[in-house]
Design a protein around this ligand. Structure first.
Ligand code: BGC
Length: 351
């Protein structure tokens, strides 16, 4: 009896699926069938033919972030240049606020999302939200794990390999005349100004910058490590305090990004120190302000974090998703290379 009921239910379900197909808006109404030799009207909403001028929602973790400002401006320009309607919103470093923004975009029916998460730890929640809504999504700048991304095949991450930028910072110090050991005591004494440690860029730059020195056989001494949350004012405060405490012992100032390095430079100068003479200073991003300082000799070097390259790649991946591409697990990260910037090549990066 149960079996018969199940079969009957199946039949009803099949009928309703067929009825659903009959209601497809691509079907031409019976009284309007095109004449035989007329070309068929182009199909709407086919997966490989994204509408020109589709709508895109872009969520940025915080508008006041210097690097993400360059990045979001590049994204907006590229997307608008291609005829998309773009709305870019500021998460104001508040994950709850960003979750609402994502939900609003979904309710509005955007064609795709580009999301710079406020917190990497919120990736699971973000991914399940966009998956349930079936929205093709490109995550940028804050990389989740491969396992987190694997649950949704219309999701891809575009960014850089954070470890590489740390290694390059270490190499910038190794390339100096005394490999960072200014006072010749056989070890490099440094302070580390860290970004938001919740973010993998901050974790890996901190680790790999120092690892590059150790791997080259250089002895290191960490005088202090302080989180500066990527912000210029924090870089300034931290380095002012560290220089007051450790004075001439400080040979190298590692900053996880350029904005903090620019703040650090203000304190280095205020303390009467001179970069590349009695202290070294490195950052990451290649912000315009940092490129100027590298070229003036006030920063030892920086690492290009290619905002335009990443924005271009993010839009490319978004268009592939709109064209119906799905991603296999383990293949959901697309990387753009970092580039070392020194006084020798800095001109190549200046506008
Ligand atoms: C950049 C930082 C920025 C951070 C934001 C990093 O890749 O180097 O400047 O603050 O991303 O997540």
């Amino acid at each position: 009896m149960k079996k018969i009921f199940a079969l009957a239910l199946c039949a009803v379900m099949m009928l309703s699926v067929l009825a659903g197909c009959g209601g497809n808006k691509n079907d031409a109404p019976a009284d309007n069938t095109p004449a035989q030799n007329e070309p068929a009207a182009p199909a709407e909403n086919t997966p490989d033919a994204p509408e020109a001028g589709g709508t895109i929602g872009v969520c940025i973790y915080q508008f006041t972030d210097a690097f993400m400002t360059t990045y979001r401006n590049a994204l907006q320009e590229i997307l608008e240049g291609k005829g998309y309607q773009v709305t870019v919103v500021d998460g104001a470093n508040d994950q709850a606020k960003q979750n609402e923004q994502i939900n609003t975009f979904i309710t509005q029916g955007v064609d795709a999302l580009i999301i710079n998460p406020v917190m990497t730890s919120a990736a699971d929640q973000i991914i399940s939200t966009v998956k349930n809504a079936g929205i093709p999504t490109v995550l940028i700048n804050r990389e989740p794990t491969a396992e987190q991304m694997a649950v949704y095949d219309k999701l891809v991450y575009v960014g850089c390999d954070a470890a590489q930028s740390g290694t390059f910072q270490g190499e910038l110090i190794l390339d100096t005349a005394n490999k960072g050991d200014i006072n010749g005591d056989g070890k490099v004494s440094y302070i580390m100004v860290q970004g938001d440690p919740e973010n993998i860029d901050a974790q890996l730059r901190t680790e790999y910058s120092v690892k590059a020195l150790k791997d080259a056989g250089v002895e290191v001494e960490e005088l202090n490590l302080t989180r500066g949350d990527w912000m210029r004012e924090r870089g300034q405060e931290i380095v002012a305090n560290d220089l007051a405490q450790f004075g001439a012992q400080v040979e190298v100032v590692f900053c996880n990004n350029d904005d903090m390095a620019i703040g650090a430079l203000q304190s280095i100068q205020a303390a009467g120190r001179k970069v590349n003479e009695d202290i070294y200073l490195v950052g990451v991003d290649a912000l315009d302000a940092a490129l100027n300082e590298v070229s003036n000799g006030n920063m030892t070097g920086t690492v290009l974090n290619d905002a335009v390259g990443q924005a271009t790649a993010a839009v490319e991946q978004m268009e592939l998703l709109l064209g119906g591409k799905t991603y296999a697990s383990g293949e959901q990260s697309v990387y753009v290379d970092y580039v070392k910037v020194t006084p020798d090549n800095v001109k190549d990066f200046m506008g």
